[in-house]
Design a protein around this ligand. Structure first.
Ligand SMILES: O=c1ccn([C@@H]2O[C@H](COP(=O)(O)OP(=O)(O)O[C@H]3O[C@H](CO)[C@@H](O)[C@H](O)[C@H]3O)[C@@H](O)[C@H]2O)c(=O)[nH]1
Length: 481
């Protein structure tokens, strides 16, 4: 039996910038393969995207972020869902409460929306695609007889760590009070990883928190997915991918970027904050002379370290753009730069609260990226061949640093010697910015960049994997009806 109607998938994303961006690009990719997509943004994401576009709307006005995509011929519908808190609820200041609601209250709102789609959508809803970090996907998919696709926005290596949480636990490397210094060599598809390179949450000694309940649920949810989509590239991470594929169908379909990257003003707005345009300033700077500094969208850094980075940038004498969020060091109090800093750097630096990162790192004036090693920033930097000075803060960033510096050798560690000093910052920035074309680091970057480009080329691995996924999904749906 074949189905004539297009596949209809509902896509759910988290209220986090680093997850919304790849989820939107995934939705566009699936729609471009003929899917009907209902993309569900949280109300908070929707409000922030709308605000960042400076539209004059009230909370109830639904500005459909996919309208241009639809005009371009894609069947993407747009809905919003409450996460169970009033829109004014500050997630950053009440994280425990938020995570509890995420697991216990949010699912009721999701259920209501999915039920409505199941009852009325045309073409009929057949598939639920959701970020892997929810706790309710498999139950809702099962209830409505939908195929469940888990979407992983981080490297496959990190997926594998969460997937094998039970192994880590049995061996005393998770949820254990021993601070063992061993190298972990028993996870299928991971040759060796040191404890310090595990995702920060897996190194916690207090695992009674909501975050740890969520981690445990995530690990279980992954195993009940019909399919797993991962924003990575097979050739870069084939060992963990092949090991997972022995258990479940996993497809590396990354990097998930705006369609037609040459024009970063994509069909669909993805930014949760207003963007400051840096391109005019960059146009005045010589090629490769500017360091881009950004630590992602929400994790704060210790004030002492940010102060050392500020002084180190001063000492380095390098041009730089620094995305310094108001909450760079704390959600309670805005960060204040050392006195006199802005006067001293005014001819060679630009400090902004948010920008269009792709516009910045694709600019020829950029010569390096001081990054927190978020996975999106990492993929974007590789795509544009920008060398990275790695300063992971938390979460998977510690593991991504290992990939960049130890495995692929395309990044430099910022903090080798603890504590971080301004002198180390200045020294490493200068080393990074003076890297020559024939240096090993740059040669390795060219190779890794080519792997990413090949993956997205016609008949490249990510393209093939996506087509394979669509075909396997169709078969699964036929099996289900
Ligand atoms: O001024 C800025 C700064 C960032 N970005 C974009 O924001 C995204 C940031 O994503 P990422 O680099 O992954 O960092 P986080 O926001 O910290 O992302 C979270 O989500 C990622 C994917 O799951 C994880 O790898 C990170 O550790 C986690 O903190 C990227 O696409 C950037 O291009 C901008 O557009 N403008």
């Amino acid at each position: 039996m074949t189905t004539q109607k297009p596949l209809h998938a509902v896509v759910f994303t988290l209220s986090l910038q680093g997850h919304v961006i790849p989820s939107i690009h995934l939705a566009i990719k699936l729609a471009s393969k003929g899917f009907t997509i209902t993309f569900v943004n949280t109300e908070v994401n929707h409000r922030d995207i709308t605000k960042s576009l400076c539209r004059n709307t009230s909370q109830n006005d639904v500005v459909d972020i996919f309208s241009a995509a639809r005009e371009a011929g894609l069947d993407i519908r747009y809905r919003t869902v409450s996460v169970g808190f009033p829109i004014s609820f500050d997630r950053k200041l009440n994280n425990e409460q938020f995570l509890e609601g995420h697991v216990h209250v949010f699912p009721a709102h999701v259920d209501e929306l999915v039920r409505d789609l199941v009852d009325s959508a045309d073409p009929p809803l057949t598939c639920l695609v959701a970020d892997s970090f929810f706790g309710w996907q498999s139950a809702i998919a099962k209830k409505y007889n939908l195929v469940y696709v888990s979407f992983w926005t981080e490297p496959a290596l990190v997926f594998s760590l969460f997937y094998h949480l039970d192994l880590l636990q049995i061996n005393g490397h998770y949820a254990s009070h021993d601070n063992r210094e061993d190298t972990i060599e028993y996870i299928p598809g991971i040759k060796a990883i040191e404890l310090k390179d595990l995702v920060s949450f897996l190194q916690d000694t207090d695992f009674s928190t909501s975050m740890h309940r969520l981690i445990s649920m995530t690990s279980k949810e992954m195993k009940s997915a019909d399919f797993i989509l991962c924003n990575t590239v097979h050739e870069l991470e084939f060992e963990p991918i092949l090991a997972i594929q022995e258990q479940q169908p996993m497809y590396a379909i990354g990097p998930l970027f705006p369609s037609g990257l040459s024009n970063s003003k994509t069909l669909v707005p993805t930014s949760l904050k207003p963007e400051f345009d840096c391109t005019q300033w960059l146009n005045t700077k010589p090629q490769g002379s500017v360091l881009y500094v950004s630590f992602g969208s929400f994790i704060p850094c210790e004030k002492k370290k940010i102060d050392e980075i500020a002084h180190g940038l001063l000492l380095s004498k390098i041009n730089f753009i620094w995305v310094l969020r108001g909450d760079a060091v704390s959600y309670e109090e805005p960060y204040v730069l050392p006195s006199g800093f802005e006067d001293e750097i005014k001819d060679r630096a630009l400090i902004v609260t948010w920008t269009n990162q792709i516009d910045v790192i694709s600019h020829s004036a950029i010569g390096g990226f001081l990054t927190h090693c978020g996975w999106n920033s990492t993929l974007e930097s590789i795509w544009y061949g920008v060398l990275m000075l790695c300063f992971p803060l938390k979460a998977d960033q510690l593991t991504i640093r290992k990939l960049l510096v130890d495995d692929w050798r395309i990044g430099v560690n910022l903090c080798d010697k603890k504590p971080l000093t301004r002198f180390e910052v200045a020294e490493k920035v200068n080393v990074l910015m003076s890297t020559k074309l024939d240096d090993k680091l740059r040669k390795e970057m060219i190779k890794v960049r080519q792997i990413l480009k090949n993956a997205l080329a016609e008949n490249g691995s990510s393209e093939r994997n996506l087509c394979q996924f669509v075909s396997d999904l169709k078969n699964k749906i036929i099996e289900k009806v």
